[in-house]
Design a protein around this ligand. Sequence first.
Ligand code: O7E
Length: 225
Amino acid sequence: MTTNHFEFQRKTGIILALDVTDEENAIRVTEAVADMVDAVKIGYPLVLGTGLQIVSKLSRYAPIIADFKVADIPNTDRLICEHVFKAGCAAIIVQGFTGPDSLAECVKTANEFGGKVFVVSEMSHPGGDYFFTDEISKEIAALAKKSGAFGIVAPATRPERVKELRAVIGADLKIISPGVGAQGGSAADTIKAGADWVIVGRSIYNAADPKAEAEKVKSEIEKLI
Ligand code: O7E
């Protein structure tokens, strides 16, 4: 495969969280699972380990989502978003708690590049609902919708919350859900609750056979159809 991907299409319902820290592993794992995943999410671990030029090497295989959980004033957000989209990423993940002006600037910048924005509404780890109460998460999801974001991030470890957040945003926005596998969430339960994609990291990239592991998740999702 040699073309750069920029559009998201749901085929398998899986996004690979590529939190390896070196280029060799990043390419090995991506090559192995490229046919099994609809996008690859990269973040600080890989980009700090290899540099932003890793995007052009990986975007041959799948659309790249930049998970920098952007959370700053609008001007700084815009500068970050510009770097990400100029590098060839298809989407960026931003925090929603920064408020409407920051979110609006991220969406505006993404639109200039034909890119997309996902807004974190609630996190998947045990402490994720310590400050993000149910009501605050819902407010962030509603703000994401109002701001013109492409989708939100909701926790696969709490499928009931995915369902509630889906009710807030309706059918127009996408939901991507981390927490499947290593964090204990189930792909089937998360998709059933209303997620469009599950995000899976360690259980795929640390597996002896990443492709076989991705295939397992894929068939778990396929069984629902
Ligand atoms: O637990 P893993 O290894 O399957 O990886 C999960 C990935 O999703 C990892 O990159 C982590 O940083 C990210 N993530 C969460 O695990 N929980 C969250 O609430 C949010 C994210 C995240 O990626 O946010 C943007 C989607």
